[in-house]
Write a protein that binds this ligand. Structure first.
Ligand code: FRU
Length: 326
């Protein structure tokens, strides 16, 4: 049997600093560990498009076998991704998009669809009438633009629903927390906070401090991440009224990379499922997600055990060679 070819996968991630992307990386690393021929290198762009362009160029120069990119902002990242693609490097775009069709495949949920779902949900929740503050993700990133556009399209059918102010939260809880109060204090009779992700919704919530003000307002977010610091918990705790599931897709991304590298058939657009999570289904969603997280921990423990056994075996084999030779 010949040695299998080894592949290097470079992943240019826009940021590594939040729980959602940490979950994505854990999934990717676990899935990649099933394919010993794949090695995954991740570079953290730290929310900077300039840094991310540099990282992608480094991956091109290094000659990676496949490039994965989650573009911080669509426009600035597009040319360097096109460059990689033109040089024959397969490119998988994940979650956030570029503004070009020059890529090999995409993995992520449909942000236009979930924004629309959110708009329709909010219209029902407000009984067709209300004043909204929108907390934006990074303005140049595709999910922010798509969630905004589709939400606006959905509420357009309700003339008494209005977005009265906007806050630039840049996807970060702390940024939203810092900027929200100044905008909020200039408004009267706000009913609902529509945040482009769960952590910014939480940031806005925490910035209010006053318990009764917090309770008068409704909060909507996206992601529905599991675990103690995720959106499922925020809905269960009554902080958020609803979140819209935005899967991280880590497993799917690595499977796709594997198929592309082994010249197997694959789909160009791999759209992940989404759903609304509110007090009607959060309990079961949380239970299932906790169970999956526990099983994932088990898989990691078993892999660690296996690794230890292999080490032990190799040591004993070395020892027996030494003994035989003496
Ligand atoms: C994580 C995140 C998510 C959001 C996604 C959009 O970095 O901000 O909360 O859904 O990125 O790209």
């Amino acid at each position: 049997a010949g040695e299998e070819k080894a592949f290097v996968i470079g992943f240019s991630q826009c940021t590594e600093g939040d729980a959602w992307r940490k979950a994505m990386h854990e999934e990717m690393e676990r899935e990649a560990s099933f394919y010993p021929e794949l090695s995954l290198q991740i570079k953290d762009g730290k929310n900077s498009s300039v840094t991310q362009i540099k990282h992608i160029r480094e991956f091109i120069d290094q000659g990676v076998d496949l490039l994965i990119v989650s573009p911080n902002e669509a426009e600035p990242i597009t040319p360097v991704v096109e460059e990689a693609f033109s040089k024959g490097i397969p490119v998988i775009v994940v979650d956030r998009k570029t503004s070009s069709s020059m890529y090999t495949a995409y993995v992520g949920a449909n942000n236009y669809q979930i924004g629309k779902l959110a708009g329709e949900y909010v219209a029902k929740l407000l009984n067709g009438k209300g004043r909204i503050i929108e907390v934006w993700g990074l303005r140049g990133s595709s999910p922010a633009i798509e969630r905004h556009n589709s939400f606006v399209d959905a509420i357009a059918a309700y003339p008494d629903i209005e977005i009265v102010a906007e806050v630039s939260g840049e996807w970060e809880k702390e940024v939203a927390k810092e900027r929200f109060p100044a905008v909020f204090n200039q408004q009267k009779d706000v009913d609902l906070i529509f945040a482009h992700n769960d952590v910014m919704a939480l940031g806005a919530y925490e910035s209010l401090q006053n318990r009764s003000v917090q309770q008068q307002l409704k909060f909507i977010g996206f992601d529905g991440l599991g675990g103690p610091n995720g959106g499922l918990q925020f809905v269960q705790d009554g902080i958020l009224d609803a979140t819209f599931l935005y899967p991280t897709g880590g497993e799917e991304i690595i499977q796709l990379a594997h198929d592309i590298l082994h010249n197997k058939p694959f789909k160009k657009d791999n759209i992940l499922n989404t759903t609304v999570i509110d007090d009607r289904n959060v309990h079961i969603m949380k239970q299932q997600s906790d169970k999956i997280l526990a099983q994932e921990k088990n898989i990691e423990r078993q892999q660690q055990k296996l690794y230890e056994q292999i080490q032990l075996f190799n040591n004993q084999r070395t020892l027996s060679y030494v003994l035989l030779a003496s």
